[in-house]
Ligand binder design. Structure first.
Ligand code: HEM
Ligand code: CU
Length: 481
């Protein structure tokens, strides 16, 4: 099951990938600025009216998760094409759906005034107490739906491509090697990860589409009653799977690029296959860790949510981080910004899992639920893990071997690392001190946390701006293979 060695990327595919990533770099910057404005306002440094705060929060939450999906899918597509034949038209179709969806979402938020958060939990969209119209909420949800349709096409094409080469998902996940001692060569790491993502994200997106349609009907026809707990389950199932899958796609850059930088292969072994297969099931089943405080949930689901969070959170990050350490150890790797960011991302992902697992523990969640601990854990592994992987990939695409990294690159890296760890850390500290999340107005006792966090956020924004400028100004020299 070797590489297809498809040779140079066709021009339209190369343009597609670079367009995905350029849009992502710009949107990341804009959304980071929105985040900074929120934090500055919680710090009392600038005054933001509450309704606008919640609009920003909605745009930031939905925008960050959506753009992470887009950027991570570019990583997946770029590397998967080394092994199977993908449809370039679908790459563009996904982008088109995405952009139309974004227009509807932004219109719903900033023209219509929708500020009910990305979670659009019932009955917020339909019961805004006059803050926004039904049309605004509908525009927001319809935008999400269109983005989902684009991603569904994207994953169906990938499923087709994988199945036409491996004939079944279990074979692409390496089950014959894992369970039947088959001595066929192991499937490449990229195929394993892509297969897992296709399975789980397709289910997540379909669940998301179903619940959006239900909520849309209810919005215009309130007599079509909605079960608040059922819709909450569907929404968190979809949200949990979608954001986790962004990491599972972006980590392919680690599997493909660390070998390139260290000139050693990424060894797929049974532990690796077992971790990915187990996570394919568990990532679907752990979402009740978002509903631990919903007393009407069956107790067994909360228990399963806690236990499976431990079981799912650890193996994948362990096989990946351990693999990264062993491949780099004594390899004489030449560090540059790309390999540095990818290596940093291993730390960010692994370290971020720890506060996540604490939060998924019922006893801790009793205290931490809806505190800043929650944005603390996910900003940690998203900023220091996921986004580091993505910027690392962008650097790789436009960086020439002989170019070295300038002091600007190195300062950007340093600013980003310090800023991201400090910023996420301050959310965790705020959470430990019981500062609630999602509050536009903060008590005087909380303001100093937000002030320190704002300084770190500014470092992140400067670092990320330098990364983005580097990427976009060097696009003409981007790789063609
Ligand atoms: C400079 C970087 C960033 C800053 C300054 C920032 C700031 C913020 C702030 C202030 C909040 C609201 C916290 C609260 O009161 O509950 C927030 C929420 C959030 N952020 Fe960020 N953020 C940044 C980067 C990111 C990134 C990279 C992602 C994802 C890839 C992300 C995803 C989210 C999500 C999903 C929420 C939750 C929104 C909600 O509660 O509905 N953020 N962020
Ligand atoms: Cu979750």
């Amino acid at each position: 099951m070797d590489n297809l060695n498809l040779g140079p990327l066709p021009g339209s595919a190369r343009k597609g990938i670079l367009t995905y990533l350029s849009i992502s770099a710009v949107v990341y910057l804009l959304m980071m600025l929105a985040g900074l404005v929120m934090r500055l306002s919680q710090a009392g440094i600038i005054g933001v009216p509450p309704d606008f705060f919640y609009q920003l929060m909605t745009a930031h939450g939905a925008g960050m998760v959506g753009i992470s999906g887009l950027a991570a899918s570019a990583v997946l597509w770029y590397f998967l094409r080394r092994y199977v034949e993908l449809t370039i038209g679908i790459l563009w179709a996904n982008l088109a759906f995405f952009l139309i969806g974004v227009v509807l979402i932004l219109g719903g938020i900033f023209i219509g005034g929708y500020g009910g958060a990305w979670t659009f939990l019932f009955p917020l969209p339909s019961h805004s107490m006059g803050a926004w119209s039904v049309g605004a909420a509908a525009s927001f949800m319809l935008g999400l739906l269109l983005i989902g349709v684009g991603f569904l096409l994207f994953y169906l094409d990938i499923a087709r491509a994988i199945l036409s080469k491996y004939r079944s998902f279990p074979r692409a996940l390496g089950w014959p090697q894992l369970f039947a001692n088959s001595d066929a060569p192991m499937p490449p790491a990229t195929i394993v990860a892509a297969t897992m993502v296709v399975i789980v994200n397709t289910m997540g997106i379909v669940a998301g589409a179903v619940v959006i349609v239900i909520m849309l009907v209810n919005l215009f026809m309130p007599s079509f009653a909605v079960d608040a707990l059922l819709t909450k389950n569907l929404i968190y199932f979809f949200g949990h799977v979608f954001i986790n899958a962004t990491i599972y796609q972006a980590v392919i850059a680690v599997y493909e690029l660390l070998p390139e930088y260290t000139k050693r292969p990424w060894k797929v072994n049974k532990a690796f296959l077992a971790a990915w297969s187990a996570s394919s099931l568990m990532v679907l089943a752990v979402y009740p860790h978002h509903l631990l405080m919903d007393f009407s949930m069956p107790v067994w689901m909360a228990v399963a949510g806690q236990i499976l969070s431990y079981a799912n959170g650890i193996p994948l990050v362990v096989v990946t981080a351990y693999g990264a350490l062993t491949i780099v150890h004594k390899s004489g790797i030449k560090w540059n910004i790309a390999s540095g960011l990818l290596f940093l991302s291993m730390f960010g992902w692994a370290a971020g899992v720890i506060p996540a697992i604490i939060d998924a523990t019922v006893a801790a969640n009793n205290v931490m639920h809806n505190t800043m601990w929650v944005p603390g854990h996910f900003h940690f592994y998203l900023l220091v893990g996921l986004v580091a992987m993505l910027f690392g990939f962008m650097y790789y695409l436009v960086h020439k071997e002989d170019q070295g990294s300038s002091w600007i690159d190195r300062s950007a890296f340093l600013l980003y690392v310090i800023g991201a760890i400090g910023f996420a850390g301050m959310f965790l500290v705020s959470g430990m001190n019981s500062v609630p999340r999602r509050w536009a107005a903060h008590l005087p006792e909380w303001v100093s946390y937000s002030q320190i966090a704002s300084v770190f956020a500014i470092l992140v924004v400067i670092g990320a701006t330098l990364f983005a400028i580097r990427f976009i100004t060097r696009l003409p020299q981007a790789r063609t293979v």
